[in-house]
Design a protein around this ligand. Structure first.
Ligand SMILES: Nc1ncnc2c1ncn2[C@@H]1O[C@H](COP(=O)(O)OP(=O)(O)OP(=O)(O)O)[C@@H](O)[C@H]1O
Ligand SMILES: [Mg+2]
Length: 238
C-alpha cells in the first residue's frame, strides 16, 4: 500500500517549471531515499508532501486521501518533517519537545518528554538544557524526537545528516532505521550520500531537472542502465 501517491504532479513558480509530471508512490512502512543533483527539485517535492507547497497541476494523495481534503493541522501531524538545520525555538529541550502539542493546545508531560528523549538515545537530564547549547548531533536527535511526539505515520527528512561527522551520521542512520522498525513509520529521506541511500533506503527515487528519472529498489543506483544516473553515481553531476 502507498502512503503518499503523486499523479502527474507539476509545480511552477511564475514562469519557472520546478517539477514536471511526477508520477509515483511512496510505499507504506518503507524507507525511500530521494537523490539527485543539487537543484533537481528534491526539497520542492518534499514540501508538496506535507502541504507546505501545493501542486500547480496533478494530484497528491496521503493515505489514500486527496491532500487538499486534509485540515492543515491534521496534515502536519500525519506528515512530520525534519530539516538539516534542525531549527529550535529559544528555551529548553523540553520547551522544544512540547511545541507540537502546544500547537494543538495540548500539553506534554515530563514523563512522556523523557520517554521520547530515551527513544532517540538522549539522557533524560537533557530536558532542562537550553536548546542553543546542544551539539549538532544532539540537536538533530531532539528535532527527530519532536517529530515523534506527534506520532506521525509519515516522516520527511531533508539532508538531516549532511552537517554531521561520520559517527553522528551513523548514529542518526541507526536511529531512523529503529524508528522505521519500531513504529512502522514511512520515511522519505533526501540524501546526498549515495552509500546511505543504498544501505538504509529500501527504495530510491532519482530526480534530475525537476523530473523523476527512475524509481525502484535502492540497488538501482548500481544496476541502472540509464547513462545520466550512471554519471551521477560516478560523481560527475552532483
Ligand atoms: N520559490 C522559488 N522560486 C523560484 N525558484 C525556486 C523556488 N524554490 C526553489 N526554486 C528553484 O527550484 C529548483 C529546485 O530547488 P530544490 O530546493 O527543490 O532543489 P534540491 O534538489 O532540493 O537541491 P539541493 O540538493 O541543492 O538541496 C532550484 O533551481 C531552485 O533554485
Ligand atoms: Mg534541497
Amino acid at each position: 500500500m502507498s502512503a503518499i501517491t503523486f499523479q502527474n504532479v507539476s509545480y511552477a513558480v511564475e514562469d519557472r517549471q520546478l517539477l514536471t509530471n511526477i508520477t509515483g508512490s511512496f510505499e507504506q512502512g518503507r524507507i525511500t531515499t530521494l537523490v539527485g543533483p543539487s537543484g533537481a527539485g528534491k526539497t520542492t517535492l518534499l514540501k508538496l508532501c506535507n502541504g507546505l507547497l501545493s501542486p500547480t497541476s496533478g494530484t497528491i494523495t496521503v493515505q489514500q486521501k486527496p491532500i487538499d481534503t486534509f485540515v492543515p493541522t491534521t496534515l502536519r501531524q500525519t506528515v512530520g518533517m525534519a530539516l538539516q538545520a534542525a531549527p529550535m525555538i529559544s528555551g529548553t529541550v523540553y520547551d522544544n519537545l512540547c511545541l507540537p502539542k502546544k500547537l494543538q493546545r495540548q500539553t506534554l508531560s515530563i514523563e512522556d518528554a523523557q520517554k521520547w528523549l530515551e527513544d532517540v538515545h538522549l539522557p533524560a537530564s537533557l530536558l532542562t538544557q537550553q536548546a542553543r547549547d546542544l551539539s549538532g548531533g544532539q540537536r538533530q536527535r531532539v528535532s527527530i524526537a519532536r517529530t515523534l511526539v506527534n506520532r506521525s505515520p509519515i516522516l520527511l527528512l531533508d539532508e538531516i545528516t549532511s552537517a554531521l561527522d561520520r559517527t553522528a551520521c551513523r548514529e542518526i542512520e541507526t536511529l531512523i532505521q529503529k524508528i522505521n522498525d519500531k513504529y512502522g513509520t514511512t520515511i522519505i529521506w533526501i540524501t546526498h550520500n549515495l552509500e546511505q541511500a543504498m544501505t538504509i533506503g529500501h527504495h530510491t527515487w532519482v530526480m534530475m531537472d525537476g523530473q523523476l528519472i527512475e524509481a525502484g529498489p535502492s540497488s538501482l543506483l548500481e544496476t541502472t542502465t540509464n547513462e545520466q544516473i550512471q554519471a551521477f553515481v560516478r560523481g560527475e553531476a552532483r
